[in-house]
Structure formats: structure tokens, C-alpha cells
Design a protein around this ligand. Structure first.
Ligand code: KG4
Ligand code: ZN
Length: 353
């Protein structure tokens, strides 16, 4: 069964063709990230406009790379939410139109759950992919860490899961992005903080970790503020000093130390919860997915600290893509999920797990 996936929840316009939920035939991602860089974050109107301009050629390219015609497509899967409303609308309206015009079943996909199903992509003839050797097994413990979300979820099977915990404030990727902005390291913040941290001393600055009632919940807002205070102090300023002026007054070494200390604390927070859940629920597989799963320190520490080996998607499938949408769409189709009406499917910007 070949599924065409369409993803437009944030600033990536993506389309992919996946066969039987595991074989990656194509994965096309056009990002408007460069257009947002000047603003230090995603500008929703710019993102929506870029999706509109590029979605048709992206889908055509996905079919072409997969050497697939419309006749060979068995279903269309599209991100319904969560995400930016204007961005989601472009993907959903395109998918609805194609489902009617090409007479294909349409499956609405939860973007967050889909990140987990990126780990089910295990085969491809496309060059440059490092896919997991085997698909994860259920029960599956998933740490979903992205720019919008930080969640710990236990899946009994596709579509059946228990949300163990989530962030009570900022997502971890968001904290990375904000720290990067404070240090003037560039957007998106994850890769730039990760890079700067490699040259820094992670013990240079003591940063707090928060204890919450639910040991599987996270909080990153306090950490972000603690980083700001530490940066102001290192710069010889008080707490009224504006964060926008920090990049100019901090030295390269100070920035690297702040980045490394922040990263060590963020990674410890995530892994403490993951280790505890792994011990308590004894899952058959553990996966780490979402944009932050690309983080080198997180991968290194997980390897050192976790008794189970962790399955990651290829780096290109950690950040937003449509292959994960198509993969979950396949499982929904196979599991007999209800079809969406192409005449009325709505976006759900604040869809939860
Ligand atoms: O999954 P994703 O592409 O989009 C959302 O659904 O949010 O995740 C994007 C997030 C951004 O916050 C970005 O800074 C972060 O993932 N990220 C990283 C790394 N690469 C991307 N965070 C830490 N280390 C990285 N290497
Ligand atoms: Zn995402």
C-alpha cells in the first residue's frame, strides 16, 4: 500500500511517498527557515505564504522521486494538527482537493504521534539515509522532543497510548531557540547551541533542575530564566540588562560555557524522566523523536545512561517531514481508522496527543 504524506504544520512544506509504513520511496522537504531567520523565529504569515507557493511542486517532486503515478497511490495522509493554523490550512486544503480530484481515501494525522512513526521507516533506496535496522516493538516508550512539544508517551499499539508526562511550560526545542537568541547564536537554536556547547565547559555554570509532582512532567521555563540571569552575571550586569544586548557583551568562551551548561541540564532533565519510565514500564522499545532528537549530547548521554538501546529516526526524519505522516497514515489505514471526508476535514491547531 502506497501512501502520499503531506505535512505543513510549521515552516516545512513536505511531501513523501511511503510503502507499507516502512519503505521510504521519497521524502521532499522545502523549508522557509531562511526567511524566518532574520526574525529569530517562525513568522506564521510568511510560513503560510511559502507553503502556498511551493506545495504543488513539492508533491509533484515526491511522486516523481518515488517513480509513482497517481494510479499507484492508495491513500493520502495529511497533518491535521497541532500546528500553525494558516500553515495547516494549506496542507489540509491541498490534501482535500487531491482526495476529491484523484478519488483517494484521506487520513488525518496527528503530527505529534507521527514523529514516533518516523522510527518505523527502515528501508529505502534513497541515498544518504541512515535508517534503523529494525522497526520498534510495542509496548513502545517514546520521548517526543521538538520546538513545540516535550512529551513522554507509552504506546500499546498505533493509536493506543498513554501520555505519561509533558512540559508544563516551554518545549525543550523552544528553550534551545530562546537560549540561542540570548547568545546571538542564530536560528534555529538547537543546532547552533549544540555546536557552541561542544567547545564549552558544561560545569561552568550551575543551573537548577525542577522537581515536579509528576516525575514524567518537564519544565523548561525556569531553566531559560536561570540561563538569562547567569548570562547577565557573567557579563557583569544586573537583571535589568536587556537580553538583546547580551550577544555583543559576552565573549565566545562565555557563550560556549553557557550553551554547554544549558544543554547538559536540559538533557539531564529529559533523560532522568526517560530512564525512570523505562525502568517502571519495561517497554519492548524506546525511541527518541522530534527535532531535538538530532541533538548529539542527548544521543551520547542516552547511550551511556540507558539500559535499553534507543531507536532514532534518520536525522533528516527527526525534524518535520511528510514521511512520518505517510507512515502513521498507513497504520491508521491498516487499523481500519475512520476516513475523513474530503469535503469537510478541518484543521486542529491545538490538537493534543
Ligand atoms: O520537530 P521539529 O522540526 O518541529 C516541531 O514540530 O517543533 O523541531 C524543531 C526544533 C527546534 O526548536 C530546533 O531548535 C530543535 O528542534 N533542534 C534541535 C537540534 N536540531 C533541531 N535541538 C537540539 N539540538 C539539535 N541538534
Ligand atoms: Zn514536529
Amino acid at each position: 500500500m502506497r501512501v502520499l504524506g503531506i505535512e505543513t504544520s510549521c515552516d516545512e512544506t513536505a511531501a513523501a511517498v511511503v510503502e507499507d509504513g516502512y519503505k521510504l520511496l521519497s521524502n521532499v522537504v522545502a523549508s522557509s527557515v531562511d526567511l524566518h531567520a532574520a526574525f529569530g523565529g517562525v513568522v506564521p504569515e510568511i510560513a503560510a505564504r511559502s507553503h502556498l507557493e511551493i506545495i504543488t511542486p513539492v508533491i509533484e517532486q515526491a511522486l516523481k522521486t518515488a517513480r509513482t503515478t497517481w494510479d499507484d497511490i492508495d491513500a493520502i495522509a495529511v497533518t491535521q494538527g497541532p500546528g500553525l493554523i494558516g500553515s495547516l490550512l494549506i496542507g489540509v486544503l491541498t490534501a482535500r482537493t487531491l482526495a476529491i480530484a484523484k478519488n483517494k481515501p484521506l487520513f488525518p494525522v496527528n503530527h505529534l504521534q507521527a514523529h514516533v512513526f518516523a522510527t518505523f521507516l527502515t528501508k529505502t533506496a534513497l541515498p544518504g539515509y541512515n535508517l534503523p535496522a529494525k522497526q520498534p516493538k510495542f509496548p513502545l516508550l517514546a520521548l517526543i522532543v521538538s520546538g513545540g512539544h516535550s512529551q513522554l508517551v507509552l504506546f500499546q499499539k498505533p493509536g493506543k497510548y498513554q501520555l505519561l508526562g509533558q512540559t508544563t511550560d516551554d518545549a525543550v526545542g523552544e528553550a534551545y531557540d530562546k537560549v540561542a537568541k540570548m547568545l546571538g547564536l542564530g536560528y534555529p537554536g538547537g543546532p547552533s547551541v549544540d555546536k557552541a556547547a561542544q567547545k564549552g565547559n558544561s560545569e561552568a555554570i550551575k543551573l537548577p533542575t525542577v522537581k515536579l509532582d509528576n516525575p514524567y512532567n518537564f519544565s523548561f521555563s525556569g531553566l531559560k530564566t536561570a540561563v538569562l540571569r547567569a548570562a547577565q552575571e557573567l557579563a557583569g550586569q544586573d537583571y535589568t540588562f536587556p537580553s538583546s544586548k547580551l550577544p555583543k557583551v559576552l565573549t565566545k568562551v562565555q557563550k560556549a560555557d553557557i550553551a554547554a551548561s544549558f544543554q547538559a541540564t536540559a538533557v539531564k532533565t529529559l533523560l532522568d524522566a526517560l530512564k525512570r519510565a523505562n525502568w517502571e514500564f519495561q517497554p519492548a522499545s524506546v525511541v527518541i523523536v522530534g527535532g531535538v532528537a538530532a541533538n548529539r549530547e542527548l544521543r551520547q548521554q542516552a547511550l551511556k545512561q540507558l539500559s535499553t538501546s534507543v531507536i532514532y529516526p534518520d536525522i533528516k526524519l527527526c525534524t518535520d517531514n511528510a514521511a512520518m505522516i505517510a507512515a502513521l497514515g498507513y497504520f491508521q489505514a491498516k487499523g481500519g481508522a475512520k476516513l475523513a471526508s474530503p469535503y469537510s476535514l478541518e484543521v486542529e491547531p491545538s490538537l493534543s496527543m
